[in-house]
Design a protein around this ligand. Structure first.
Ligand code: GLA
Length: 713
């Protein structure tokens, strides 16, 4: 097949054009606002031509998809590969292009360094979200070491002046950091062996005036549950390049002759309509292209999780009593957390010994599971397969299964060590034990945890195994799913330490954070929503006094915060105030009424002062919406500003109701809620709500109001 001159996709709000002239490096010549068909790719290519400048190369170098060293480009490099120090200077030129309606594969190679590159690019025809995967094949007859490889390097327009990156920590993940681009490199390197609490693998570049409903923005996400490197380079001539790729330890990726390395995918979106519209492209991708249809179609069941209720103190009678309470308030899935197996009576013992504890469950798990399923709930159970306590039967029997650098042990981290699951016998052991539990018991759900960073990821032969660990993890999950197709898996890593679209290809829900503090959760869930949709974000109503922050928050606020996700409860239902449990029951009913909307509609975040957090979900046909407004802290203004809704049908009339908390009273009455009779509802046009906005009632801090809007047809 002959080479095309270029490939072009026009979809959603964007057009992308990639030049692929035979014999030249493939390169972006345009990625941005959609252009009409009367503008040809040739015109755009002509406009992309640059010229020489004093003190620079005579003819300006065009950056390629990999920014490989053989280009002579003085900006960032997208690849660093060699054979014992030779064959490092590749320049990949196009051999062939295969294009279908919504995808293209560009085959490029360098015969001198004997490396083939395959760039696979997909374009979602509805949203315009792009996907990139790059495969490198070693055509030489000696091994090729890859020290670094970005999936792709994307040149972005120079007016993308702001970077929004993500930082955070255990109990406070997904914290956004917006900064102005600067000359030099914005660099995030994550070596934790999981996608991490502190460096979610997503980045947004936007115009400095971009807001939630306006402005240009580009978003990129690396779908990879392991180590990564994120770079934004602003080079001295003003140009900007964004790149992402898996991060390797020395010698970790050595490609045998004839073998290939496939990069993790990058998902990349463009919008001219603000940050919420950008997020919606990623949400559609997760919902439509990653989640399995059976999971997507099933309403997300209300969870109960035993962790913050009983920790390691499992007692069947108490858990059964808890299950009675849970079923009575509307819970649909009961998840038994850590502590059911081996000698695991605290976090220093028994991790890795995946047989039911005869001490705690003398009759096995059947009595409890029968009780749970008899109440109409599904049973779920906790595993942490990749880990073990040194004080466990499995590590005593197989000390060689533990990862470590020769002569240096893993540092102490939650009293546990990471296993080398890339060893086939370790994966087999894990499969056998998980499979046995799933075969013996009526269990439909696994909470799959991963509670430590992998500090010394050395495996057999002394080689680094972090990358292999993630590949082995994916394979193990795929094998378990294949054996148990109806099983759902939640990805947890001390909360949100492994939330990315790589792990989501093998799981069905993420546990966004160990904090159930509703104030902090508002920030965590808002941050997560930049890339992840609400239907996969686990959100639980925790105890009155939060175990992580010590803060006491009302049941109304805790419940409202959990409703706006995949809802669950995680508290001792026997000892928490029964008045709280009664409110929770109402909240669960409300969640069930609205979960179809919440989990399928368009997520719209609103720009507000920082003492508020406001966002909503609008049905695809704009017939209905649910908005959440959190009053986070005190403010100097006597009254909060009018709330300008977004995403509604401007011409439609909506019936606007305040639906949560029930019977809520503002700080000063009669409030605007009473004046406008918002409890029963009042009609406003979408235009009025979006342009004039609703004067928010005066509220005490630490309150969440939920507004429902129904279009009057
Ligand atoms: C992690 C999880 C918690 C809980 C504990 C159990 O911290 O994030 O939800 O499952 O492990 O040890």
């Amino acid at each position: 097949m002959t080479a095309h001159e270029h490939v072009r996709f026009d979809a959603g709000e964007m057009t992308v054009i990639i030049a692929c002239e035979a014999g030249a490096p493939p390169r972006f010549i345009y990625w941005g606002a959609r252009i009409s068909s009367s503008t040809t790719a040739d015109m755009i290519r002509d406009l992309s031509i640059r010229q020489g400048a004093h003190g620079n190369e005579d003819d300006n170098i065009h950056p390629s998809l990999s920014l490989e060293p053989g280009l002579g480009f003085m900006g960032p490099s997208g690849i660093s590969a060699h054979r014992d120090g030779k064959d490092w200077g590749s320049r990949f030129t196009v051999d062939q292009v295969e294009k279908s309606a919504h995808a293209v594969t560009i085959y490029a190679s360098d015969p001198r360094t004997k490396i083939d590159m395959e760039y696979r690019i997909g374009c979602n025809p509805d949203t315009g979200l792009l996907s990139f995967t790059t495969q490198l094949t070693n055509r030489g007859d000696t091994p090729l070491s890859i020290d670094a490889m970005a999936t792709i390097c994307a040149p972005l327009p120079q007016h993308m002046g702001d970077i929004i990156g993500f930082t955070g920590r255990w109990g406070y993940e997904f914290q956004r950091q917006r900064l102005s681009r600067f000359s030099g490199a914005y660099l995030r390197e994550n070596k934790r062996g999981r996608s991490s609490h502190d460096s979610f693998p997503g980045i947004i570049l936007c115009a400095d005036n971009a807001r939630e409903q306006s402005g240009e923005a580009y978003g990129m996400h690396l779908a990879w549950a392991g180590n990564h490197r994120i770079r934004v380079d602003s080079i001295s001539d003003g140009r900007c390049f964004a790149s992402m790729g898996a991060l390797f330890f020395p010698g970790e990726i050595k490609i045998a002759p004839g073998a290939a390395y496939e990069s993790p995918p990058i998902l990349a979106g463009y919008t001219a309509s603000g940050l919420s519209a950008l997020s919606q492209q990623f949400h559609s991708y997760v919902r439509d292209d990653i989640l399995r249809p059976a999971v997507k179609q099933r309403p997300r069941p209300v969870h109960y999780n035993s962790w913050e209720a009983v920790y390691f103190n499992h007692d069947t009678a108490q858990l059964m009593a808890m299950a009675d309470k849970a079923a009575a308030i509307g819970v649909e899935r009961f998840v038994l957390d850590d502590g059911w197996f081996g000698s695991r009576r605290n976090d220093s013992l028994g991790l890795g010994d995946w047989t039911v504890s005869a001490e705690v469950y003398p009759d096995g798990l059947k009595p409890l599971i029968d009780h749970v399923t008899g109440l109409g709930m599904e049973m779920g159970i906790w595993f942490e397969p990749e880990m073990a306590n040194p004080n466990s039967d499995i590590v005593r029997a197989h000390p060689e299964w533990v990862l470590g650098i020769e002569g240096i042990d893993q540092i102490s981290f939650r009293k546990q060590v990471a296993l080398d699951i890339a060893r086939p016998e370790v994966s087999q052991y894990l499969f056998d034990h998980i499979d046995a539990i799933l075969k013996e018991y009526d269990i439909g759900y696994i909470k799959w945890d991963m509670n430590r960073d992998i500090s010394h990821p050395g495996g057999a032969g002394g080689y680094a195994r972090s990358h292999a660990h993630v590949q082995a993890l994916y394979a193990l999950m795929a094998r378990i799913r294949a054996a148990h197709p109806a099983l759902e898996i939640e990805s947890c890593a001390s909360g949100g330490g492994r939330c990315d679209m790589g792990i989501l290809a093998h799981t069905d829900r993420i546990w966004a954070s160990d904090t159930n503090d509703a104030i902090d959760r508002q920030a965590v869930q808002r941050g997560a929503s930049y890339f992840l949709p609400l239907n996969i974000i686990g959100a639980h109503v925790g105890p009155r006094k939060c175990h992580v922050t010590g803060r006491t928050l009302s049941i109304e606020m805790r419940t409202a915060t959990a409703i706006m996700g995949h809802m669950g409860a995680e508290m001792n239902l026997l000892t928490e105030p029964q008045s709280d449990i009664a409110v929770l029951k109402k909240g669960i009913a409300l969640y069930k009424r609205h979960r179809d909307l919440l989990h399928s509609g368009d997520h719209v975040r609103l720009d507000t002062a920082d003492y508020l957090n406001a966002f909503g979900v609008v049905a695809g046909d704009k017939s209905e919406a649910l908005f959440s407004v959190a009053y986070l802290k005190s403010h100097v203004a006597t009254l909060p500003p009018p709330l300008q809704f977004a995403g509604l049908d401007a011409g439609a009339v909506y019936h606007l109701r305040l639906i949560w908390p029930h019977g809520w009273k503002a700080a000063v009455t009669p409030s605007i809620a009473e004046r406008l009779n918002l409890a029963d509802g009042t009609a406003f046009t979408g235009e009025a709500l979006m342009k004039a906005g609703l004067q928010l009632p005066l509220s005490l801090p630490e309150t969440v109001l939920l507004f429902h809007l129904a279009r009057q047809d």
